[in-house]
Structure formats: structure tokens, C-alpha cells
Design a protein around this ligand. Sequence first.
Ligand SMILES: [Zn+2]
Length: 399
Amino acid sequence: MAGLLGLWAVAGGAQALAAPEALGFRLGDHGQTTRIVLDLSEEAPYQVRRSLDRIAIDFPGLEWRLRAALPPRGLGLVKGVSREGAHTLVLSLSSPAKPAKVFYLAPGGGNSWRFVLDLEPASAAEVQKAARAEPSAKSAPAPSPAAKSSAKPNGKTASAPASPPQLKAIPVIAIDPGHGGIDPGAIGASGVYEKNITLAMARELKDRIEASGRFKAMLTRDRDVFLKLRDRVAKARAAGADLFISLHADAHNDLQLAGLSVYTLSEKASDAEAELLAEKENKADLIAGIDLSNEAPEVANILIDLAQRETMNLSASFAGRAVTELGHQVKLLSNTHRFAGFAVLKAPDVPSVLVELGYLSNPKEEQLLKTEAYRGKLATAVTKAVDAYFDQVRKAGTP
Ligand SMILES: [Zn+2]
């Protein structure tokens, strides 16, 4: 934790707590596609909820400072635009539509950050099916199974306690391969990069998790690209993740050190090693030269909201199962389940764990992690833990 606080002091202190602001809104009719553009002071996490006749986009923590009123009439597939509650933008639809693309454009050409959503026509069946698979936003009250109610006004602001989602028929597992692009992560005894090991492992884990047909898995990155820590979290939340698994592999001066460990979020690190590790992993953004001075508070502020307690309990529950399953397969570090202030584990409503697969500084463990067979053993064990965790959640009736 001390590490992260220190990092913020360097990055610009109080300024880091400024909320992102919505500055402008535009609609564009491009034939098949209707484009929605929201000008923002910075990138803000979002979640898209959809039903047959409307699409709601939640921007938790966003301040609305629009320079002009929202347009009184819609355009193309959009019949009307309105705000709902403190942080939600609602598009009522003139006919069923799907978000074909959702992305951010970086500032340029006199423009600030832009949130862009491209709508394309869809069949009613398609929309209903998608809405069933991806229920309503996590900040909304317990969602009804009916797709239509998923975007009803909830009147809650994002500062209201976020509760973990009701379990959906096909839970979504977000797999986050640590590091990437300009940030190689740890470098192994023979020169292997952590970012490549984590990506290989993530792909194998996705295949295994999806093999049963009981789960959907998504990767926060599927190529060698740099991603900010908060964007990893935002991507997982946008995909409606029910569980977030970040994959890493450490390096240490003690070349004998070996073994796997599983981390969950905590204000107070379980031990000095865990604290140092979190500090190291949290520096990924700095390595890539990202200016952190305008980051949103959810990453800047290490103090954990009470609303996160439930999520933390679930994270710990999954971590416990992962340790059990992995312990049957591979060597574990002592005190295998550890705690520390990892920025990438801070989604308030998605149970999250970080797995340090082993030590790349240990020549033997590095060789093992380079083989598909060894990673396969790890992936099978994590998949068993995913199965057991969701069985438990289902039995409990509530996650
Ligand atoms: Zn790492």
C-alpha cells in the first residue's frame, strides 16, 4: 500500500482525485450506423446495458458539465437521448439495435477524449438473447431476468454501494495477462519475458474454461500490447465479468525462490514481500511513461470502500479454491494466499485475484513455465477452481 500512495504523491497528489467530466455530446447518422460521441475530460470506466428499446451507458463517478443541452430529438437508430440518475446516459431506440463498436479516441485535432458507440440495426431476437447473456449493470439493483427491465431507472448513483451481480446462466471470466507491449514485466533467468508467459497461459486458460460450455472467457489483451491497469479493469467490467483473474510471474534476487502464489486485494499487505510485489506490479503504468495525474479515483485511492467487502469475501473464496486445486498440481509458495494493494484488483463489484504463476528468476521454474505441458496443468487446476467456486455461488443462491 505504501508503494501505491508513494506513487500517487509523485504523480501529482490531490489533482489525481479529480473526477472525469462529460463535456459534449454528438449524434451522427452514417447510413447503417448511428454514432454516439461523448466528449470527456479523460477516459472514464463505463458499462453498456441494453434492452429492446433502449441502451443505457453507466459512467460511474462521471461529472456532467455539458457545454450544451442534449439534443431534443434523435437521429438514425436513436429516437431520443436523456440522462438518468447521476451517471447514466440513456438512448431510446427507434428500432432494435446493437452496439457494434464501443471505444475511446485519444485527444487530438482539438478534441478531448471521446467515448464512441456505434449502433447498428439488430433483430429483436438478437437483442433479447444478448441482454439475457449480459444482464444489467452492476450498480443497478438486482436485475430482473426480463431483458426489458434491465435498463429501467435505478436512481442510484455510482457512489451507492456496488453489489456483486446476480449469477447469470453463463458466467463471464475475465483473464488478464499481465504486462505487454513496452512493459515486458519480469525477465527470466534465460531472458524470457513475463508478458509472453502470461499471454500464452491466458489463451490456454481461456480454452479450458470455455471447454465445458458452462462459462464464457474474455482476455483483457490478446496480443503484445500495453494496457493501463485501470483499462484492464474497465475492459473486464464492460464485458460483464463475474470473476477477474490477473496472471503474472515474478522475479527475485534469490534465485532459489520458487512456487506459485495467489493474491487478493487488501489495504494492508499480508507481509513485506507482498507489499513490495504490489508496488512493483502497480508500476506497470509508469514503465510505459503514462501520465497518471488525471487518473480516476478508483485506481488512485487505495482506501477500500465498505461496499467492496462483499466482493473481497468472494475474491478470497475463489483464491482459497485456486490454492487448493493448484496445490494438487504444482509447488506453492508458503502462505500461498497473500494480500496486498494491487491496483488491477480494484474493481468494486468483480471478485478479483492475481496469480503469480512462479518465479522466472529460478531457472528450473522458468523452464517449466515455458512449456505448454506445465502451463496446461496450471490452467486445468484454475479451471477446476472456477467450477467449484461457481458451484458454491449457485448453491448459496446469491453470489
Ligand atoms: Zn507482473
